[in-house]
Design a protein around this ligand. Sequence first.
Ligand code: ADP
Ligand code: MG
Length: 282
Amino acid sequence: MKHAIQVKKLRKEFNKKAALEDVDFEVYQGEIFGLLGPSGSGKTTTIKILTGELKKTSGNVSVLDMKPDLFTSSDFKSQIGILSDNSTLYERLTVYDNLKLFCKLYNAPLQQIDEVLIQVNLKNDSKKVVSKLSKGMKQRVLLAKALIHKPKLIFLDEPTSALDPGNMAHIHQGLRALNKAGTTIFLTTHNMEEATELCDRVAFLHKGQIQELDKPDDLRYKYSNNTFHIETFSGEKLEIENVPENAEQIKELIIEGSVKRMYTDNPTLGQIFLKVTGRELV
Ligand SMILES: Nc1ncnc2c1ncn2[C@@H]1O[C@H](COP(=O)(O)OP(=O)(O)O)[C@@H](O)[C@H]1O
Ligand SMILES: [Mg+2]
């Protein structure tokens, strides 16, 4: 599969102190990739290096087959979209007029405005002045801005942190549709439900390195304790290891008709993060 992003031995120091020590990962074209880590772990720093806003200290980085010396070129900028905490809007203009300006900036057709407004659930708010919008609505306008020129690859730095569950679900739906249509998505989050729900693969960033990288389901399987939890009608709670020797015992419980509920207990990404790093994902 072709790579959208390649990062090898990436190091970034601020005042001689390493924020990223030795970061390695690759993002395939067409996937939704999540970089997970607690506050201060270096997620934003990574995005800023990949989008040309910060220079790496050492290591190799390439994005859409371009090296960092091209990250300031208009060719690069036309192919990527960014939503970060320093994305800004014109507060005194309407939602629509903001997007119109960004359309002009990127030479994108104005018809795309309506399309993007639907994606971010703002179709009925396009005439509102940005300064009057809630934080969550502004965040959705910023997302619209990041998408307005139909970039191949979008970087979303904690895109839904200001959103309520309803709007978060709507944004997720929009991102999935965008991804289906071929856009590669790189996002950072400390929201494990978001990562599980949305990402094809996730990487755990901690202590300046990637500590784990895999599909959410595969990680949940890898860190499961391989045990059946069985609740019986008489109120018993059994934990039986998933090994051949226990098959008879489980079979008997089923034949007796005493199994009320049986499940395997795959840990959540948050629990796995804690296990791998010793830190909560907050
Ligand atoms: N411009 C900067 N100058 C000095 N230190 C910085 C700068 N930007 C980030 N850092 C430090 O780098 C580390 C990673 O920060 P950041 O990438 O913002 O983490 P995250 O986005 O995961 O919360 C933190 O310790 C932060 O204080
Ligand atoms: Mg950050």
